[in-house]
Design a binder for this molecule. Structure first.
Ligand SMILES: Cc1cc2nc3c(=O)[nH]c(=O)nc-3n(C[C@H](O)[C@H](O)[C@H](O)COP(=O)(O)OP(=O)(O)OC[C@H]3O[C@@H](n4cnc5c(N)ncnc54)[C@H](O)[C@@H]3O)c2cc1C
Length: 193
């Protein structure tokens, strides 16, 4: 956070990340400007309302448009140009934080011979195993009908995949289903018994 204290900060984007950073950095920055290409935000309504209240109180600026140019000396950023419906305006900017979304890069995994669908790994929803037996995929990287990219889903997928993984690792042992709330053996493993 100290990198942004008393600096002219510009945040670009209209999603939750852009709005979260806006609300957190606004009290710290010398002046904060949020730039978004349209006056319509994908972020949580509560965050949008909070941001608009800060703009109404002149505590930060909202610029509708696109970043058209960066200006500075010796590689040090000083200002940006934002072009919008009313032309181009220059905004003082020492720190620029763009939030244009996430790009998944599979790296070497793309060459593992797994079934891929739009750069995601297809799995079944019983055990989250890929097209290669013994290779599992859980979390944002997998895809199946109804998939939600949530850590909540990742935990669920992990629990189901672990059941099947256990059978590969210990084919001779049964999985005993237990709750951490009531099983002393699990609590001992977790060091809380
Ligand atoms: C702004 C935002 C807010 C969110 N809020 C919520 C929420 O409130 N509730 C909720 O349930 N979920 C939320 N999510 C979703 C949640 O963060 C993700 O679903 C979760 O982080 C996915 O976990 P993951 O382990 O599958 O992937 P990630 O957390 O993306 O982890 C993947 C890791 O793999 C690494 N990696 C990538 N490629 C390679 C490679 N080739 N080799 C080695 N490592 C590699 C990456 O660097 C990264 O560390 C939010 C997401 C965002 C972006």
């Amino acid at each position: 956070m100290e990198l942004f204290r008393d600096r002219d900060v510009v945040i670009v984007g209209g999603g939750d990340s852009a709005l979260d950073w806006t609300l957190n950095l606004q009290p710290i920055a010398r002046r904060l400007t949020l730039v978004h290409r349209r006056d319509d935000f994908r972020g949580a309504p509560h965050s949008v309302t909070a941001m608009r209240a800060l703009v109404a109180a002149s505590s930060m600026d909202l610029a509708i448009g696109q970043v058209a140019a960066l200006h500075g000396v010796d590689g040090v950023l000083e200002a940006i140009d934002v072009s919008g419906a009313n032309g181009t305006r220059r905004i003082a900017c020492e720190r620029l934080i763009p939030f244009f979304g996430l790009t998944m890069k599979l790296g070497p995994i793309a060459r593992w011979g797994l079934n891929l669908h739009e750069n995601l790994i297809e799995v079944d929803t019983e055990k989250f195993e890929t097209s290669v037996p013994g290779v599992f995929a859980i979390g944002d990287i997998n895809t199946y009908p109804g998939k939600l990219k949530l850590i909540l889903s990742g935990f669920h997928e992990g629990a189901l995949a672990a059941q099947r993984v256990h059978r590969y690792v210990h084919p001779d042992k049964r999985v005993t289903f237990q709750y951490t709330t009531s099983s002393t053996s699990l609590q001992r493993k977790l060091g809380v018994a």
